[in-house]
Every structure is written in structure tokens, then in C-alpha cells.
Design a protein. Structure first.
Length: 495
């Protein structure tokens, strides 16, 4: 009996040793990859020399797992070099994963990054979360950056900061990317720490989000922050929107139940500035996706920040020779509907005219020069990017030539500025009358049907199959088999 116990103990020790050795070997492998990645960071291929370089080494040494599913992620290391090639940042990367919706189907992917700790990258505000935007569908590459510049120039309170970089992952050149701040409620980003970060989004995208509020017409409002929303908080937010709309659609723009005017619910300046930005951008995503708003602690809603502008400035489906508010479908687009209604308010329209004269029009006088300033250091990187990702990027604008795309963008901005100047500087009273007519003729609000995903049937599996699916259970199973074999062998020996 003593000998049997001794054999069993020895067998158990061997099995446990083998089990943990597997993980020890894996750890050594990953440590080797990390050291190798650190060494490789000093010997990456040459870059354009005009913009910084981001070098990332993933733990697996590949992007295959990350790019096989947008929700997959890996850890790794990140190094950033200045334009001159000097290291300016090196640190651990907790997570690298895919991002984007339509853009995720592009061969050149965008990514989300989470650093191990907060850091200021390339002079931007310190934070953990960052975006590497591929800007794949924008033949001019700078629509996001240009839109952010304009939003900042006209005084929108928060605008994401960004820097263009040459990206290398595991030693492979991945293209020209835009390293961007992530939209979040945080010091250095949107400095509202006890508020709400909201996004108007498509129903077919909203179903994958944790917290979604549906307005009366079925418009999904995705709640990005706070992350954990109670039923009572959701109810309070829903009540707020109903209160706000009661003021918005009242003849005097005052909620008859609360006595609060519309601009006690909506921030006057941010809505006026964002409306003018939308007139310049003609962004076809306006009001339907990637349209962000945030609410501060006082319960006032702010427009912005602008985001995802690759389908803007001549790359949308709006008529470029007409004002935004005089086209589109306000029966379904809630933001367009709100803007039309707001422009029927004297206070709002006067604020729009003032913001146009004081901020927007002067900024548009400089915007073509800004296009040149943004593109000049990117020319070599754009050439490298087009060699890395050849072929047409867009069905609507298949021409990839940089000169063509830059000229197209400048021409669009010039013609749009001229149209808006006539509307708000020359014929402001006539424009107001046209807006009033549009408001009076606004169609009934249509209900946006909820999206129901077609779910595939999942094969059922037994508890036994589930228990033995993990590596740990397999190891324990093998240990049990070893013990049984040892017992059988001992009994045979003792006859």
C-alpha cells in the first residue's frame, strides 16, 4: 500500500510538472518575442523622413489573429520615433485591436490601441487609449485632420487631436496612418467627468452596443459613457430627451410643463458652430452614424466632437450646390430635423450669422493654405502608402492621384465657401425665409424600424463536452488516466 501511494504521488508530481512546463515554455517564447521586438525596433525599414514613425510588435509576431475578427486583440510593444528617427516613446501595449464599421472591410485596417499606462504621444494630451486611423477611402488623406482643424479654429470646445505617422507592425510597413485621440470623457479629452457621451448610430450597428436609448421615432442613441447605466438612469435620460423635444417643437421654444427654454437643454454656441461645420462638410454620415454629442453635469447637451470625416467635403451624397438644411430626409434624420427646427428660432439663427461672420468665414479664407500645409510633409508617405496599398480606394472617387484629389478638395471648399457666403452674408434674410418654409413644410417624423439580426442556430453541447474543452481540464483528465494506469499496474504486480 505504501508503495502504491508513493507511485501515485510520483505520478501526480510528474503530471503537474508537465502541465506547468507547457505554460513555462510559452512564457519563455513570448519573452523571446518581446526581446526580439525591442531589438528590431532599432532596425526597422527606412521611412519617409518627414513625419514620425510608429513601430508596433505584437506578442504573436503577426496581425493574423487581430485581423481575423474585429473583437480580437493582442498585447505587445510600441515605439515612436521622431521625424529625425530619434526614439521619443517606448512602452508596453496592453491591447491592439481592430476598429471601424464599413472601413473594417477595407484591406488597410484601422486599429484601437490601449497603452499599459497613460502617456503623451507626439505632444498630444496624456491618455491610455488611442486610434490608428487608416483614412483608406479618402484619396486626399487629410479630410479628418482638416475637419478637426476647422472645428478647432471656429471654437468648438473639444476637438480630437491627431498626428500623421508611418506605421510599421512586426517589421512590416503598413502605410500612412493618423494617430488620433480617442473620444472619451476624461481630463485632456472631453473634460466632463460626470456626464454622458452619446452617439447617433445606425440601428444595425447599435444592436451590438451595451447601452442604447431609443428615441420616440426609433432613432438609436448609443451611450458610450458611463459604461454601467442603471434602468433608473436610462429612464431619466429618456425623460430628458422627451422634455427637450417638447421645448424644441413648442411655438415659443419653451417647454410648457417645465417652463424651460430650448437653450436650457441645448448649448446654443456648440449647436450653432456644429451646424455651420456640417454645412461646410456636407457629411453624409451626419445624424445617422459617428455623430457625437455629450451632456455635462448640469444636464445641458453639447454638439461634437466631429468624427469620421472621410465621407465629407465632396465625398457625400448631398447636392453641393444647395444648403444642407434644404435637402436630405428630415423624416428619418433626427439631427437634420433638429437643425431645421432650430434655424426657425431667432436667437439660434442670429447666433449662426454671428458665428459665420466672426469665426467660420475667416477660417474658410485660410483653409486652402491649410490643405497645402497638411499635404506638403505627407507626399513621400502617400507615395509609399499607395505602393503598399495599390488600386482604387473608393467607388465614388476612384482616381488615386494625389494632385487630382488635392485639387478636387480645394475646389470643393472654394465653391462651398462662396455658396455659404451668399447664403449668410449677402442673402441672410432670404436664407432665413427659406429655412422657415422648410420648417413649415417639414414632413412627419417616421419611425425607424429596429434592426433584428439573423442569428445562426448554435449546436447544443453537453456539460461533459464543455468541461473537457479547456486545456486545464484536459490536463486533469490526463493526470487521472496516469493515476488509473499506475493503480492497475501496481495491482497486477502484486498479483
Amino acid at each position: 500500500m505504501y508503495r502504491l501511494r508513493k507511485i501515485l504521488l510520483l505520478g501526480s508530481m510528474i503530471a503537474v510538472y508537465v502541465f506547468f512546463s507547457i505554460f513555462s515554455i510559452a512564457d519563455e517564447y513570448f519573452e523571446e518575442k518581446e526581446e526580439k521586438g525591442s531589438e528590431e525596433s532599432e532596425n526597422f525599414p527606412a521611412h519617409s523622413g518627414n513625419i514620425p514613425v510608429v513601430q508596433i510588435t505584437t506578442k504573436s509576431g503577426s496581425l493574423s489573429y487581430i485581423e481575423s475578427d474585429k473583437e480580437n486583440f493582442e498585447s505587445g510593444f510600441i515605439t515612436i520615433l521622431s521625424e529625425d528617427g530619434d526614439p521619443v516613446y517606448y512602452g508596453q501595449l496592453d491591447r491592439m485591436k481592430g476598429r471601424g464599421n464599413t472601413s473594417w472591410d477595407a484591406p488597410k485596417k484601422s486599429y484601437s490601441l490601449k497603452l499599459a499606462s497613460e502617456a503623451s504621444l507626439l505632444g498630444m494630451e496624456s491618455a491610455q487609449d488611442w486610434i490608428l486611423s487608416a483614412d483608406y477611402y479618402d484619396g486626399a488623406y487629410i479630410r479628418n485632420s482638416l475637419g478637426f482643424w476647422l472645428a478647432d479654429r471656429v471654437g468648438l470646445e473639444y476637438v480630437a487631436d491627431s498626428r500623421f505617422v508611418d506605421l510599421y507592425v512586426n517589421g512590416e510597413y503598413r502605410g500612412l496612418y493618423e494617430l488620433m485621440e480617442r473620444i472619451e470623457l476624461e481630463e485632456g479629452r472631453i473634460p466632463v467627468l460626470d456626464g454622458w457621451l452619446l452617439e447617433m448610430d445606425y440601428p444595425e450597428r447599435a444592436i451590438y452596443e451595451e447601452n442604447v436609448l431609443y428615441l420616440e421615432n426609433g432613432q438609436p442613441v448609443v451611450i458610450h459613457e458611463p459604461e454601467n447605466v442603471s434602468y433608473r438612469e436610462m429612464e431619466a435620460l429618456e425623460d430628458w430627451f422627451m422634455e427637450m423635444e417638447k421645448a424644441l417643437y413648442a411655438d415659443d421654444y419653451i417647454n410648457p410643463d417645465t417652463g424651460k427654454g430650448i437653450f436650457e437643454y441645448l448649448d446654443l454656441e456648440s449647436f450653432a458652430r456644429k451646424y455651420l461645420l456640417e454645412e461646410v462638410f456636407l457629411n453624409m454620415d451626419m445624424g445617422v452614424t459617428s455623430h457625437y454629442l455629450y451632456m455635462d453635469e448640469s444636464g445641458k447637451l453639447y454638439e461634437g466632437p466631429p468624427w469620421d470625416l472621410d465621407n465629407a467635403m465632396g465625398r457625400g451624397n448631398y447636392d453641393e450646390d444647395e444648403l444642407l438644411l434644404l435637402q436630405g430626409d428630415p423624416s428619418r434624420n433626427q439631427m437634420l430635423r433638429w437643425y431645421i427646427r432650430l434655424c426657425g428660432n431667432d436667437t439660434f439663427y442670429e447666433t449662426v450669422l454671428r458665428e459665420w461672420e466672426d469665426n467660420m468665414y475667416p477660417a474658410l479664407q485660410e483653409i486652402e493654405d491649410e490643405v497645402d500645409e497638411l499635404l506638403e510633409p505627407l507626399e513621400a508617405s502617400i507615395q509609399m502608402d499607395q505602393e503598399r496599398w495599390p488600386g482604387s480606394r473608393s467607388m465614388t472617387m476612384p482616381n488615386t492621384d494625389l494632385d487630382y484629389n488635392a485639387s478636387f478638395l480645394k475646389e470643393y471648399l472654394s465653391e462651398r465657401t462662396e455658396l455659404l457666403y451668399r447664403a449668410f452674408s449677402v442673402d441672410s434674410q432670404k436664407t432665413k425665409e427659406r429655412f422657415q418654409d422648410r420648417m413649415d413644410e417639414m414632413p412627419e417624423e417616421m419611425v425607424i424600424e429596429p434592426y433584428e439580426e439573423e442569428r445562426e442556430e448554435v449546436e447544443s453541447f453537453s456539460v461533459k463536452e464543455y468541461l473537457f474543452a479547456g486545456h486545464g481540464m484536459i490536463a486533469l483528465f490526463l493526470l487521472l488516466m496516469v493515476m488509473i494506469l499506475l493503480i492497475v499496474a501496481d495491482r497486477r504486480r502484486n498479483g
